[in-house]
Design a protein around this ligand. Structure first.
Ligand SMILES: Nc1nc2c(ncn2[C@@H]2O[C@H](COP(=O)(O)OP(=O)(O)OP(=O)(O)O)[C@@H](O)[C@H]2O)c(=O)[nH]1
Length: 201
C-alpha cells in the first residue's frame, strides 16, 4: 500500500489547545495539566485513506509570542496548517487571523488551511460565534470545525478533512510525498501512533 507523508503544523495563540488536540489525535489522551510548549514538539500518526496510508508528520508549535519567529521553520514545506483558536477567547480569534495573513504572505502556495475552534465543551462561555468563524473561513477558502480536545469532539474529523482535501490528494509522488510502497493488503491496517518527541517544559 502506498504511504504518503503529510507535514502538518499547528499554529495559534498560547493556551488555545494545540498540544491537547495533537495529544487527543495521536494518543487519545487529554491532560488537564499540560504544560506550555517550548519551541515545538513533533508527533506522527498514520491513518488509512482510501487505498493509501497517510502518515501525518505533525509539528505542534509554541503559541507564546517569544517563539513566533521559529514558526516559519515549521510551516515551510507543510501540506496543511491547523490554525487553532479558543471559542471562549475573542483575542485568540484575532491571533488566528494574523497567522492566516502570515501564511498567505510567507507560507507554501496551496497550503491547506484548517481552522479549529477549540474548547467547544465550554460553549456556555463562548465569545466567538460559530457564524463569524464560518464566514471568515469561507472568505479565505479554509475549512472550519469546532473541536474539543477534552471531550474528543471533531478531532479525528479535523485531520480526516485534511487527508481528503483534493489539494492534499493532488500532491504528486514526484514532489516527494509518496515515500514507499508495500504489498497491497486486503484490509486496511488500524491507525498507528508514534510518539517521536515531546519538548514540553
Ligand atoms: N475545557 C477545555 N480545555 C482544554 C481543551 N483543550 C485544551 N484545554 C486546556 O487548555 C490549556 C492549554 O492547552 P494546551 O494544549 O497546552 O494549549 P497550547 O495551544 O498547546 O498552548 P502553547 O503550548 O502555550 O502554545 C490546558 O489547561 C488544557 O487542559 C478543550 O478542548 N476543552
Amino acid at each position: 500500500m502506498a504511504i504518503r507523508e503529510l507535514k502538518v503544523c499547528l499554529l495559534g495563540d498560547t493556551g488555545v489547545g494545540k498540544s491537547s488536540i495533537v495529544c487527543r489525535f495521536v494518543q487519545d489522551h487529554f491532560d488537564h495539566n499540560i504544560s506550555p510548549t517550548i519551541g515545538a514538539s513533533f508527533m506522527t500518526k498514520t491513518v488509512p485513506c482510501g487505498n493509501e496510508l497517510h502518515k501525518f508528520l505533525i509539528w505542534d508549535t509554541a503559541g507564546q509570542e517569544r517563539f513566533h519567529s521559529l514558526a516559519p521553520m515549521y510551516y515551510r514545506g507543510s501540506a496543511a496548517a491547523v490554525i487553532v483558536y479558543d471559542i471562549t477567547k475573542q483575542d485568540s480569534f484575532h491571533t488566528l487571523k494574523k497567522w492566516v495573513k502570515e501564511l498567505k504572505e510567507h507560507g507554501p502556495e496551496n497550503i491547506v488551511m484548517a481552522i479549529a475552534g477549540n474548547k467547544c465543551d465550554l460553549s456556555d462561555i463562548r465569545e466567538v460565534p460559530l457564524k463569524d468563524a464560518k464566514e471568515y473561513a469561507e472568505s479565505i477558502g479554509a475549512v472550519v470545525v469546532e473541536t474539543s480536545a477534552k471531550n474528543a469532539i471533531n478531532i479525528e474529523e479535523l485531520f480526516q478533512g485534511i487527508s481528503h482535501d483534493p489539494r492534499v490528494a493532488g500532491l504528486s509522488p514526484a514532489s516527494g510525498s509518496l515515500l514507499s510502497r508495500e504489498p497491497a493488503s486486503p484490509s486496511a491496517p488500524p491507525p498507528t501512533c508514534t510518539l517521536s518527541q515531546m519538548n514540553k517544559s
